[in-house]
Design a protein around this ligand. Sequence first.
Ligand code: ADP
Length: 186
Amino acid sequence: MKVVFLGPPGAGKGTQAVRIAEKFNVPHIATGDILRAAVKEGTELGKLAKSYMDRGELVPDDVIIGIIRERLSQDDVRSSGFILDGFPRTLPQAEALDELLSSINMELDKVIYLNVDDEEIVKRLLSRGRADDNEDVIRNRLEVYRKQTAPLIDYYKGKGLLAEINGVGDIDEITQKIVEAIGVNG
Ligand code: ADP
C-alpha cells in the first residue's frame, strides 16, 4: 500500500494515518513526528527544524526530501509500502516524491485528502496545546497551508489519485470511509 494523507493542520491526518497503518500493517511515516524527535534529541537537524516549526514555517524542501529519500530506501517500505503523513507539503516535494518512487519502481495508490473547515481547525489546534499550537503560529500554519500545500489537491486530482473525505464527524466512521476509498486491494 502506498498512500499519502493530505489536508490542513488539525484535520486528523495523524490519527487516521496511524489507524490505517496499523490496520494494514504498513509503515507510518510522519515528517512532523520525525522532526519533533530530532528536536527532542537536540541533533543538528532538530536545531534547524525547530527554528522553522516554532514560527509555523515549513522546513526547507531539500532537508525534508533528504529525510524521505532515506526513509523510503529502507526494507520495510520496499516490502510493504507506506502511509505518508505530512509529506509532501509543497509542489517541489510532490515532484521529488514522484521521482523517488519511479526510481524504485513504485507508484502511489491513493491520496487521501481530509477536508476540515477553518473554524473547526482553529478550535481543534487551540485545544491540542502542542508547542507550535498558539494562535499566531496556528494562523501562520493555515496561511502556509493555503499557499504552499493546498495546490497539491489539484496536482493529485489531475493524476486521478485524489479521494476527498470529510474530516468532521465520528472518528471510526471517517476511518471506514478512508478504508473504502483506498479499496480492498489497497
Ligand atoms: P500538523 O499537525 O500541523 O499538520 P505536523 O506534525 O505534520 O503538523 O508538522 C509540524 C511542523 O513540522 C510543520 O508546521 C512544519 O514546520 C514541519 N514539517 C512537517 N512536515 C513538513 C514538510 N513535509 N515540509 C516542511 N516542513 C514540514
